[in-house]
Structure formats: C-alpha cells, structure tokens
Write a protein that binds this ligand. Structure first.
Ligand code: HEC
Length: 144
C-alpha cells in the first residue's frame, strides 16, 4: 500500500467514523423517514413485505425487500435498487410494474422546491439524493 492509499484509507475511516457518530446524535435519518412515510405501506416498516397495502398490489410476492443482498451473492445491489425505486428508466419488457414511479414524483417535488431558488440548480441532484438515501436505508434492512 503506497502513501496516498494509506492516507485515503485513514481519511475514509475518519469519514465513516464521523458518519456513525453523527447518526448516533439526533440527526434526522432521511432514508428511514422517507421509507416510513412512502414505502412502509406496502413493504412494511422492516421491509418484509407486510405493509397494510401489500396484499392489494403484490401479486408476485416481490414486496419483501430484505433478501436483496442474499439473492445477490452477499452484495447489496445498490444500482439495481436505485433504478427500481426511480422507475423512470426501466425497460417495459420487464413486465407490469406495481411500484409507483418515484423518480417522476420526486422530480416534480424538487422542481417545486427549487422554483424560488436564486441560483440555478439541477433538480435531478435532489432526486438522486433522495433515492440514494432510501437505498442506503434499504441496505440496512437486509437480512443477515
Ligand atoms: C403501492 C405499493 C408499493 C409502494 C408504496 C412501494 N413499493 Fe416497492 N415494490 C412494490 C411491489 C409490489 C414490488 C415488487 C415488484 C413489482 O411488482 O413492481 C416492489 C419492489 C421493490 C423493490 C425491488 C425488489 C426486488 O426484488 O428487486 C425495491 C428495492 C422497492 N420496491 C423499494 C421501494 C421503496 C424504497 C419504496 C418507497 C419509496 C417503495 N418500494 C414503495 C410495491 C410498492
């Protein structure tokens, strides 16, 4: 390991430590908050697919989202999860989708929020942030 890589590793570890410490403090957990208000109705608070609406929409048994890491050889499929949540870029050939297209909703929201901003800001940045916060929370719901 050369010097730069060691420095990066230390910076990374410090950052990880900071994240853990700031999460322990009373910082809002955006991913959890978003999940509880938008996703738990179908997926259940712990992601097991047992939300009150689950039986109405989930005909294929796909609402349990605690097994994604297990089904992907022990690696959380972050990209697939973010794309599934977003939904705007999914191929129609994959069949009918029972999940709402969150990316479209979040874009409308982001444009609203930024409408009165002084500086031009790409609303997609807010959409991406929201979706990744959710995906990170879904990663914490994975079965061990
Ligand atoms: C109206 C019910 C409903 C809501 C609300 C909902 N989902 Fe889903 N979700 C489903 C169903 C049903 C599936 C199974 C695939 C399908 O039929 O589209 C699914 C699939 C998924 C998958 C993919 C699972 C896999 O096996 O690859 C993820 C990840 C996911 N949802 C995350 C979320 C997140 C995050 C939210 C909140 C922003 C959310 N869902 C809100 C119904 C819902």
């Amino acid at each position: 390991m050369n010097r730069t890589r060691i420095a990066c590793a230390i910076a990374g570890a410090a950052l990880a430590g900071m994240t853990a410490a700031s999460m322990a403090a009373d910082r809002p957990d955006y991913g959890k908050r978003e999940f509880d208000s938008n996703c738990a109705v179908c997926h259940g608070r712990l992601g097991k697919g047992d939300g009150p609406y689950a039986g109405m929409v989930d005909t294929k048994g796909g609402a349990d989202i605690t097994q994604l890491t297990k089904k992907n050889g022990g690696v959380f499929p972050i990209y697939k999860v973010t794309q599934t949540i977003d939904g705007r870029f999914q191929v129609k050939a994959h069949g009918p989708r029972e999940m709402p297209i969150w990316g479209a909703d979040y874009l409308i929201d982001a444009k609203d929020k930024l409408a009165s901003a002084d500086t031009p800001f790409d609303p997609e940045v807010l959409v991406t942030y929201r979706i990744y916060a959710l995906a990170e929370y879904v990663s914490r719901l994975q079965a061990k």
